[in-house]
Write a protein that binds this ligand. Structure first.
Ligand code: SAM
Length: 242
């Protein structure tokens, strides 16, 4: 039943899953449930719900923008691997960098990469705002993704410095995004982003709504961004202080 939900849902997103991909999703779900008993990785523990709310939800990113062949993709605050791992499963041509601040999640992701045989996945244990200051990663990615990491005005400073000029940042949000997007507006331009587009869709087979905020990088991010973690959170861009 789960395999069917996954293949039907993926097909609705224009993705044909083969036997090997279905097996990888199944192994991923088993690992998630097994490790969740020791570490708190996800609040969702029903395998059908994992298939829908984690795996298929992650794949909806592929509908929000064009993921060109061989594109460099980063997932900021990937947690237990969402949305980066499902995307890496269905698109072995992409180079996917998973960025995560919590060590125990990295240990889990090492195991996922080994068991699912995903050599095109790179793991980075760091805060995204520190990664964005390093020449090796700064403005290198065609596409940067983030799901459930922070509010937009904070998230843009974690993510936009990693996007190359001409690339895009995609934030996966719930149906209500207009308020937080308006608050982030001035900061997006400051970091080199263009006017956001919002792609609204539902997770296939459900009426669960998603807003995919797509921001194209138009100009380089000024060198003094991203700021320190505490400044980003205490004085988000666009906020009037004093
Ligand atoms: N994206 C995953 C998902 O949708 O299931 C995880 C969401 S979880 C609520 C947020 C994750 O982002 C946590 O694992 C946290 O450690 C990580 N995180 C938060 N801020 C971060 C930052 N600045 N850099 C890297 N990781 C961060």
């Amino acid at each position: 039943m789960i395999d069917q939900i996954l293949s039907d849902g993926a097909r609705a997103l224009g993705i044909q899953l083969g036997r090997r991909e279905i097996e990888r999703f199944s192994t991923y779900t088993s690992l998630l449930l097994e490790w969740n008993e020791k570490f708190n990785l996800t609040a969702i523990t029903d395998p059908v719900e994992i298939a829908v709310k984690h795996h298929l939800d992650s794949l909806t990113c592929l509908k929000a923008a064009e993921f060109g062949r061989g594109a460099l993709v980063a997932d900021v605050g990937t947690g237990a691997g969402f949305p980066g791992v499902p995307i890496a499963i269905v698109r072995p041509d992409l180079a996917v960098t998973l960025i995560e601040a919590t060590k125990k999640k990295l240990i889990f992701l090492e195991e996922v990469r080994r068991r699912l045989e995903l050599p095109h996945v790179e793991l980075v244990h760091a805060r995204a705002e520190d990664v964005g200051k390093q020449a090796e990663y700064r403005e290198k990615y065609d596409i940067v993704l983030a799901r459930a990491v922070s509010v937009m005005r904070v998230l843009i400073e974690y993510s936009l410095p990693l996007v190359r000029v001409g690339g895009v940042f995609i934030a996966q949000k719930g149906p209500e995004v207009d308020g937080e997007l308006a608050a982030a507006g001035p900061g997006i331009g400051t970091l080199g982003g263009g006017k956001p587009d919002v792609v609204r869709l539902t997770i296939p087979g459900t009426d669960i709504g998603r807003s995919m905020v797509v921001i194209k990088k138009l100009k380089p991010t000024p060198a003094h961004f991203p700021r320190s973690s505490s400044q980003i959170v205490r004085k988000p861009l666009g906020t009037r202080v004093g």
